[in-house]
Every structure is written in C-alpha cells, then in structure tokens.
Design a protein around this ligand. Structure first.
Ligand SMILES: [Zn+2]
Length: 428
C-alpha cells in the first residue's frame, strides 16, 4: 500500500509535505516523495490517496480509568477531593454494567477520537476481564493492575503478590509487555505494601523492570494527610498519617525509574523555595529528582478543569527536564475521553509552550512513558504502521501542528499495527 497524505507528521520535529508512506505487512517500509516512482520493488502497490490530511502516529493517552467509563456525569466534583472519592465509590457500588463493557466503550471513544494507545488503570482484575480488554481491539493498552491496602498491610501484600503472579503468568503467554502495576496513591498504599512491591520486583530478577503508575501529589488535601496534618481526608481514611513525601517513599525503595509514571503532580514540593523536606535527594527539588530518575509525569488537563485545580506548575517540570505527557483520567472526573481535547486544553493553559513540544506530550513522550516507545508515538520506517489521518486545511508546516494541537481535527482514518480501526471517511 502506498499512502498519500498532504502532510506527514512523523514526529514532532519531522513535519513534511508531499511524502508518501509505503506500507507492507503492517509495517512502514519506506518514505517516498509523492512525485517519485518507488523502485525498490517490482510489486505494484495500491495507491491510497487520503487527500487533505495530516498522517500522524496517532495520540497516546498516558493515564485513564476505562472501567469508569459508564460513570460519566455520575459524580459531582464535590467540595473536596475526598468528597468526590466517596461519591465515586457510591456510584461504582451502584453500577449495573460490567467493568469489561465499560472498558470496551472507553476504548471505542478513544479510538474514534484518534487515540492509538492508552495507559489504563484496572481497579479489579481477573483473567476473564483482562482477556476481554485484549479482545476489545482498538488502542494498544498498557493495563496497570491497581494495588491498594487502605490501611490493611495484609491486604496490600496479598494484592502485590497476586499482581506479580499475573505479570508472570501473562509473560508465559507472551503478553508481559502489556501489563504493569499501579500502587494506587500515597494515601491508600502504606509502606508495607511498597516494601512488598519493591522486594517482589527485585526477586523477579533479570533486571526486568515493571511498568508502574502512581497517582502522586494530586491535591494539597492528600499532602496534608500523608504529612500528618488534619484535613478533609480524615473523614475517609481516619486520622492523618505522617508517612512522609511519597516521592521519598518511592525513591528509597528503587520504585522511581524510567518505567515509573507519576500521575498529576499538581503539588510537587517546594524545596527550591527553601523549605527542604525531602530526605533522599539532598537539596534537589522533586522535579529535578524525577528528571534524574528518567520517570514521567502525566498532566490531565480535562480532569484538572473538572476539579477546578490551581494552575499546573508546568514550568517547574519543564525547567527540570521532566518528560511530560497528557492523559484523560476517568470519565467520572472529566467531560470526555478525547485526547484532542486534552491537547487543546493544554495549549490554552500553556500558550508559551511550543506546539511541537505539546504534540510530543500526547505522542512520543507518552509512548515512552508507557514503555511502548518502539510500537507507537513515532511514524518511522521499519516500525509498525500505527497511524491516524487528521483532516487539515493547513498550507504551512507551523499551521499543521497548530491545527493538530489546538483545533481537535476530525479523524479521517486510523490504523493500529496495520489493522484499519477507523475506516476512511470522506470530508464532511
Ligand atoms: Zn487517575
């Protein structure tokens, strides 16, 4: 197949006009200027002219809870974050639909809006449910098995053991790269659970890292509770516990590395401002330590707006060189599952951040964060053909990225590892 698009956006810094992609057996085999005849093979290629589109690697949602898709609009933001959690638990308890069907609906929404891969937190997981996720098709899914203890160390240890067994069992089936573990959050996971996770990962041997995703530094309320100060979390979790900074707790156990994704990071420490609290990194502030560990931070602009949070400290992370990505979070705490909207919200909130950088947050950077960098995020020769064609009227390179990032362009077609997901649509 020879795919012709007006623009090829292979990577944030690789935007070209009039270049066709040769695709064979689900892989990109060559880039050829549109006016040239491809001579490396005698096979006649089917020419597919997509017209006025930007052919891109597609969007990557770095953080979602697809099993909450059916709770869209069911929970109000509440007066405090713990209020929302209580409402969520109530709504989840009353839900009548199966988690796997909610996941399938979430994947469908992501696919139709141009997403090709997602990092998804699974709150409950059985082999049956994970199989249903795999069979749902659509975006490539890194499923993080959620682990929490809610103050019960034995429960936490058992959950960690079970999660690691799933990873190993899954490895036997050749699917190990698609799972990870999510120690839920600093306020639901105690030190005993983190110890079990760290030693479990270490004992797996062979230097095999386990993809991790942790809600981190999301709210000042969370910081108060884990810092031993009274606040709204007391009603949900009991008296505040002085567990210390979550980043210290992760770093101390070797759980902060390239496979670690920290979600939200709305309130990193303020060591830089001279109030030093960390007990691991000396004088360095948390963004610096995250960058040094090559870990990633996910910002979820839609969820951020839903909860009316204080501005995300984007410059702290950019200055430190942290890999940033974007995510939708859950339908219960956001107005849609649409990465185009997340990009547009980020662009509106951070007008000074270059368009190419924002585009990277929702493509190659998110792919790397999820450990899927060799499969998605870049549309390159020799790689699997995973791509989304977005409608564009752009006539200049700058304008292409502007439309992709700010204007939620229509999805005209998409493929995941060679398989067409969104069939070609004609211009509206
Ligand atoms: Zn989340």
């Amino acid at each position: 197949m020879r795919l012709r698009a007006r623009w090829l956006v292979a990577a944030p810094d690789d935007v070209v006009e009039g270049v066709d992609l040769m695709v064979e057996a689900g892989r990109v085999v060559a880039r050829v200027p549109s006016h040239e005849i491809h001579t490396s093979t005698s096979e006649p290629f089917e020419l597919v002219d997509l017209g006025d589109v930007a052919l891109t690697p597609g969007l990557v949602d770095a953080h979602a809870h697809l099993d909450l898709t059916d709770l869209a609009g069911a929970v109000a933001p509440g007066a405090s974050f713990p209020d929302w959690i209580v409402g969520l638990l109530r709504a989840r308890g009353a839900a009548t639909s199966e988690a796997s069907s909610a996941v399938a609906r979430g994947l469908e929404r992501l696919a139709t809006t141009g997403c090709v891969a997602v990092g998804d937190i699974a709150a409950s997981w059985t082999h049956g449910e994970l199989d249903a996720r795999r069979k749902a098709g659509g975006p490539i899914t890194r499923t993080y098995l959620e682990v929490l203890d809610a103050g019960d160390d034995a429960r936490g240890r058992a959950a960690v053991e079970r999660a690691l067994a799933f990873l190993d069992g899954d490895g036997a089936a050749g699917q190990v790269d698609l799972l990870g573990i999510s120690p839920h959050a600093p306020y639901t996971v105690g030190d005993a659970t983190l110890d079990a996770l760290a030693s479990g990962i270490a004992s797996r041997g062979n230097g095999r890292s386990v993809p991790l995703q942790v809600h981190w530094a999301e709210t000042p309320e969370e910081e108060a509770w884990t810092g031993g100060r009274t606040g709204p979390f007391d009603a949900l979790l009991g008296p505040p516990q002085g567990r210390g900074r979550a980043l210290d707790r992760l770093e101390r156990r070797g759980l902060l590395g390239p496979a670690t994704v920290l979600v939200h990071g709305n309130v990193p420490d303020d060591v830089a401002a001279g109030t030093g609290r960390n007990d691991c990194g000396g004088q360095d502030d948390e963004p610096t330590r995250i960058a040094r560990a090559d870990a990633s931070v996910v910002h979820c602009p839609g969820a951020h707006a839903f909860f009316a949070r204080a501005p995300f400290p984007v410059e702290r992370y950019r200055a430190a060189g942290v890999r940033l990505c974007l995510g939708t979070d859950s339908a219960a705490g956001n107005d849609d599952l649409d990465m185009r909207r997340e990009l547009a919200l980020a662009a509106a909130a951070f007008p000074h951040v270059p368009l190419a950088e924002l585009w990277g947050w929702a493509t190659c950077d998110a792919a790397r964060a999820l450990g899927l960098g060799d499969r998605v995020g870049v549309l390159g020769v020799g790689r699997p053909f995973t791509a989304v064609a977005f409608a564009t009227a752009a006539r200049s390179r700058e304008r292409v990225l502007d439309e992709l990032v700010r204007e939620r362009p229509e999805v005209r077609a998409s493929w995941i590892e060679g398989r067409q997901v969104v069939a070609q649509r004609s211009p509206r």
